[in-house]
Design a protein. Structure first.
Length: 151
């Protein structure tokens, strides 16, 4: 169970995980050892499962964001398993969700521009087995994009 201090610690780490244990201890008014032990427990318990650098997609020429809704030709376990294995190998696909509703999957794709998206569709995505249909939606503007989970 997370106490108030754990929640504050998680908020601080989600804001900037490069903060030192000493910096965190000052903000939390705890000893360095207490903060260190809390972080290690949160890692051990799987609440913190990794630390990453968040890259500005525009500065690495991946500013064109596409949400691709996808239907499989059939819903057999074999088709689902094969598709999921193949889609995880596509670098342009940053997120893939199996969803309910009219489509089976929603993919979040980062590419440089419309031409690159067309090339991706023609040479990569539509070559995957068992795809029945796709529907693409293009991001006009970003209203909210965060990795912070309020606890």
């Amino acid at each position: 169970m997370l106490d108030t201090t754990d929640k504050q610690l998680l908020a601080l780490l989600q804001e900037d995980s490069t903060q030192t244990t000493k910096q965190l201890s000052i903000k939390l008014r705890l000893s360095v050892t207490a903060v260190y032990e809390r972080v290690k427990r949160l890692e051990r318990d799987g609440i913190i499962n990794k630390y990453v650098a968040v890259v500005d997609r525009n500065k690495v020429n991946r500013g064109f964001v596409v949400f691709c809704h996808l239907k499989l030709a059939q819903h057999t376990k074999t088709y689902i398993t094969k598709f999921e294995q193949e889609v995880t190998q596509l670098d342009e696909v940053l997120e893939c969700y199996h969803v309910s509703g009219d489509y089976d999957y929603i993919l979040k794709i980062y590419v440089a521009n419309m031409e690159e998206y067309r090339e991706f569709m023609v040479t990569k995505l539509t070559t995957l087995q068992h795809i029945g249909s796709t529907h693409s939606t293009f991001m006009i503007g970003e209203v909210k994009n965060t990795n912070v989970i309020a606890v």
